[in-house]
Design a protein around this ligand. Structure first.
Ligand code: GAR
Length: 221
């Protein structure tokens, strides 16, 4: 069973999805530490409710490399195998990414994952859902990817697609995407925990996973 460190800045619904998947044994992992960088983040209350160790490490006004060194130290101290960004609204420094780089035990996979509310490489960065609506895309979705030193640029592990409906506003689209995040993030973490992921260049292989037979179109009759 691997040990997860989950980093969050907000409400923590993705943290909850991971906690639930671990508790139900759908994922062979346990959440060893939750770290929030924003006081009052809902993720802290969720960790407490689940009886999981948590830590508030405020980032405001702290220099990035110094903050990330403290963060890496706490995660390593908790014996974390995989760091999961779950609405963690900060960029991580190269030093942090290196500290959680590939090991023999991770089968060469990086050890930081993120979930992003957009179909990368479209709409990286902040407010992906608003970017998607403003662009007029027919489909939106979410991406689980390994984290590299760029912004939302690391190798893609899983994606899920949702339609953009004519009446959508940002809140409606965000909710539809979030439901898919809650499904594919635990799935991707489960694959990592089971040693099913490997990375070849930018392409992530998932041993034994199914793929869709054909495409979708929208609008359609
Ligand atoms: C999620 O939609 C996640 O994809 C997004 O923040 C939300 C956090 O929700 N992350 C990013 O935009 C990172 N660039 P949560 O706190 O309820 O899990």
């Amino acid at each position: 069973m691997i040990r997860l460190g989950v980093l969050a800045s907000g409400g923590g619904t993705n943290l909850q999805a991971l906690l639930d998947a671990c508790a139900a044994r759908r994922v062979d992992a346990e959440v060893a530490l939750v770290v929030a960088n924003v006081p009052g983040a809902g993720a802290l209350a969720r960790a407490e409710a689940a009886g999981v160790p948590s830590l508030l490490l405020p980032s405001k006004g702290v220099e990035r490399a110094e903050y990330d060194a403290r963060l890496a130290e706490r995660l390593a101290g908790a014996g974390v195998d995989l760091v999961c960004l779950a609405g963690f609204m900060r960029l991580l420094s190269p030093g942090f990414i290196e500290a959680f780089g590939p090991t023999a035990q991770s089968r060469g996979c990086p050890r930081v994952m993120n979930v992003h509310p957009g179909l990368l490489p479209s709409f990286p960065g902040l407010k992906a859902q608003a970017q998607c609506l403003a662009y007029g895309a027919r489909f939106a979705g979410c991406t689980v990817h390994f984290v590299d030193q760029g912004v939302d640029t690391g190798p893609i592990i899983a994606q899920a697609v949702v339609p953009v409906l004519p009446e959508d506003d940002e809140a409606a689209l965000t909710a539809r995407i979030l439901a898919e995040e809650h499904r594919i993030y635990p799935q991707a973490v489960g694959w990592f925990a089971a040693g099913r992921l490997s990375v070849e260049g930018r392409r992530v292989r998932v041993a034994g996973a199914a793929v869709p037979a054909r495409g979708l179109s929208s609008p359609h009759d």
